[in-house]
Design a protein around this ligand. Structure first.
Ligand SMILES: NC(=O)c1ccc[n+]([C@@H]2O[C@H](COP(=O)([O-])OP(=O)(O)OC[C@H]3O[C@@H](n4cnc5c(N)ncnc54)[C@H](OP(=O)(O)O)[C@@H]3O)[C@@H](O)[C@H]2O)c1
Length: 363
């Protein structure tokens, strides 16, 4: 079982009270979520960073245990954390997600790709492990909090619409990576920023919501909400609809996931109320959204294939090897060529991911 640190400090119950310090392992420490998580952890005396990992950026001295590259599950074995914050980008986050779920260690999940790809395997691992799975994605954090008030019948995910909201297909043909990287409301890593521009991010989030909240796809709606103030809305059987509002600031869902089931103070400005706008997404122009639904509804390893093909296509777009409109075309092509057979274990899932990647002609 993971060790739990006990530290004497101020806990809100008065000076000198014994506080239970949560030992955090932060994977993806140098990224956008990782850096904000460090800020949150350093400001909270009840959180302690015991391990940190990156892919290639040096992080010596950041935590008692650090690792750049290498096997993330070996680091977790050594660190024995209370909470794993998985802020790695892409399918590379699969192994630590499964490690936390199997071991019953609380998982603060930013790495949506692992849940999308692993789906049922991840849910079964969580059932065996019995630990908490708290989403860091702001929309899912919002819905997770709404769902504590009752079982939602359906949910609404909001999307800013990204930098190209309102554009036609013709206007998207020649957009550059620089234009796609200029997100209007969130400052994030490059992969998720491109995913936001194509609406693949919302597509991944629809699948993520399906697995997190056990809802059929026709009960997961997406609306465009340009200011990203309403993060999510849950509808209940008595007709009530409960929404979660906040400034777009990822420190809020990061802190919630790390301190769950408590809520820690954060130095964020109070929300000022203004006009809230909602529109239908343009699914004909932003094809990655309906393609995600298609993959989700087909089930099996189709979501894994969607994610894999998207990761390869995003990289190719960032490297200017393909145009913006080729992204959904490539993903659609891969979805038409894989068999989508359900993965019985992780080895089969990894093979489904590899196969989908190999089918993208720009890989
Ligand atoms: N950014 C946001 O606001 C936001 C919001 C919601 C959800 N998310 C999700 O959170 C995840 C991280 O996003 P991000 O924007 O923070 O990405 P990012 O800025 O690109 O950072 C990615 C991090 O992952 C590390 N990494 C990548 N592959 C790794 C590997 N094999 N082993 C260890 N570390 C690895 C990178 O290390 P190096 O620096 O060494 O490359 C970096 O620290 C994504 O799944 C994203 O969808 C992000």
């Amino acid at each position: 079982m993971p060790a739990t640190g006990i530290r004497r400090g101020w806990t809100g119950a008065g000076p000198g009270t014994l506080a239970r310090v949560k030992r955090i392992a932060l994977l993806g420490a140098t990224g956008s979520i990782g850096r904000q998580a460090i800020e949150v952890i350093r400001a909270d005396p009840e959180l302690e960073l015991v391990a940190a990992a990156s892919r290639s950026t040096a992080i010596d001295g950041l935590a008692p245990l650090t690792q750049t590259g290498g096997d993330l599950t070996e680091l977790l074995d050594r660190a024995e954390p209370d909470v794993v914050l998985n802020a790695v980008v892409g399918f590379a986050g699969l192994a630590p997600t499964m490690w936390a779920l199997e071991h019953g260690v609380s998982l603060a999940l930013a790495n949506k790709e692992s849940l999308v790809a692993a789906g049922e395997l991840a849910l079964r691992a969580r059932e065996r492990g019995g630990g908490d799975l708290v989403p860091v994605d702001s929309e899912h954090s919002a819905l997770f909090q709404c769902a504590r008030l009752g079982e939602p019948e359906s949910v609404v995910l909001t999307a800013s619409g990204g930098p190209f909201r309102g554009r036609t297909r013709d206007e998207l043909a020649d957009v550059t990576p620089e234009e796609a990287l200029a997100h209007p409301t969130w400052s994030m890593g490059p992969k998720i920023t491109i995913d936001s521009a194509t609406l693949a991010n919302k597509g991944l989030e629809v699948i993520e919501a399906h697995f997190l909240f056990g809802l059929d796809y026709d009960r997961i709606e997406v609306v465009i909400h340009p200011t990203s103030i309403v993060h999510g809305l849950a509808r209940f059987r008595d007709g009530a609809a409960i929404a979660h509002l906040g400034n777009p600031d990822m420190r809020v869902p990061i802190s919630y996931a790390l301190t769950y089931p408590d809520r820690a103070p954060l130095p964020v400005p109070p929300l000022e109320l203004g006009t809230l706008e909602f529109h239908e997404p343009d699914a004909d122009t932003f094809r990655m959204l309906p393609l995600a639904r298609l993959a989700g509804e087909r089930g099996g390893t189709y979501p894994c294939a969607y994610n894999a093909a998207n990761e390869v296509a995003v990289q190719a777009f960032l490297e200017r090897r393909i145009g913006f409109l080729e992204l959904p075309a490539l993903v659609e092509d891969v979805l038409g060529r894989v068999d989508g057979a359900p993965a019985r274990d992780l080895a089969e899932l990894v093979e489904a991911d590899r196969r989908a990647r190999s089918l993208v002609p720009v890989a």
